[in-house]
Design a binder for this molecule. Structure first.
Ligand code: SAM
Length: 285
């Protein structure tokens, strides 16, 4: 049986039936265009039999396009009105029983998911897109790749390289987990309601091995936050303040990490941050 995707009239009918007025607080901008959801799924190269997790399925537009490939989907939705209708929608649109699992939960705090997902595909709630992505990369280690739709500025930051104006804490932290790239733009017109920001697709591939241990990641992320709190300052200054010590000891830490004492956070790769984090730990010992 083939799966029928949702169009604009289906989305409005479902919203009316559920008495759902999309809320900004939950970033509820639903995709009402079948070509767009197919484009997202194609960018993620989802194939039959793969285990996909979707964050924020909403009324199900993207969910159905993922299921159309023959993949199994676990969908994590915080809004109980939307979560409770999703299985019925899937069944009405021709999805075979068992292909979709709905988890009603806050994606920011979910820790266990059925089906051990390998691929992430999502039109993310824009107000929490970076923390939710980092939470998923940290928590679901078997997620190998994915494609997410985010606000254009956020997507550009996630994919930014050191030295560019937009390189920041999300760029450096995301790079811990692997490679991130821009994978296309999406018109505002495909959403209901129409958002007042532009959207892009961002793809990622997880690196074969994590860069360091959990403790090293925590220390590296702390350092990244420190560096970008005052991005125009030299890392030495932020470090020295943090150590409550002298600029000399901060300089020694940076020197041992092979990072120039005059370097600013915006110039450093995640590997540089990790070496500084390790050098700080060594100096504690
Ligand atoms: N996937 C649907 C689509 O493309 O039409 C909806 C995308 S909409 C941009 C974001 C969805 O995420 C909404 O359904 C919203 O209720 C849900 N959401 C918001 N915050 C969430 C959270 N913390 N955990 C899980 N779902 C969340």
């Amino acid at each position: 049986m083939s799966i029928r995707l949702l169009g604009a009239s289906d989305i409005r009918r479902l919203a009316t039936e559920l008495d759902v007025t999309p809320t900004k607080k939950l970033g509820q901008n639903f995709v009402v265009d079948a070509n767009t959801v197919r484009k997202i799924v194609a960018a993620a190269r989802v194939v039959r039999g793969e285990r996909v997790v979707e964050i924020g399925p909403g009324l199900g537009s993207l969910t159905l396009a993922i299921l159309e490939t023959g993949a199994d989907v676990t969908a994590v939705e915080i809004d109980s009105r939307l979560a409770s209708r999703l299985l019925q929608t899937a069944s009405e649109q021709g999805v075979p029983d068992g292909a979709l699992t709905v988890v009603e939960h806050d994606a920011m705090t979910v820790t266990g998911l059925p089906g051990d997902p390998q691929v992430l595909v999502a039109n993310l709630p824009y107000n929490v897109s970076v923390p939710v992505l980092l939470h998923f990369m940290e928590t679901f280690e078997n997620l190998r790749r994915g494609v997410v739709m985010v606000q254009a500025e956020v997507g550009e930051r996630l994919a930014a390289e050191p030295g560019s104006k937009i390189y920041g804490s999300p760029s450096a932290k995301a790079a811990w987990y692997g490679d991130w790239r821009l994978a296309g733009t999406v018109s505002r017109r495909v959403f209901w309601p129409v958002p007042n920001v532009d959207s892009v697709l961002v793809g990622f591939e997880r690196a074969d091995a994590e860069l360091g241990s959990l403790a090293e990641r925590k220390q590296t992320f702390r350092l990244i936050d420190l560096a970008f709190q005052q991005r125009r300052k030299m890392l030495r200054q932020a470090l020295s303040k943090d150590l409550g010590g002298t600029a000399a000891s901060a300089s020694a830490i940076l020197e041992r990490a092979d990072v120039a004492p005059t370097a600013r956070g915006e110039e450093l790769t995640v590997h540089d941050f990790l070496r500084v984090a390790r050098s700080m730990t060594d100096s504690d010992a």
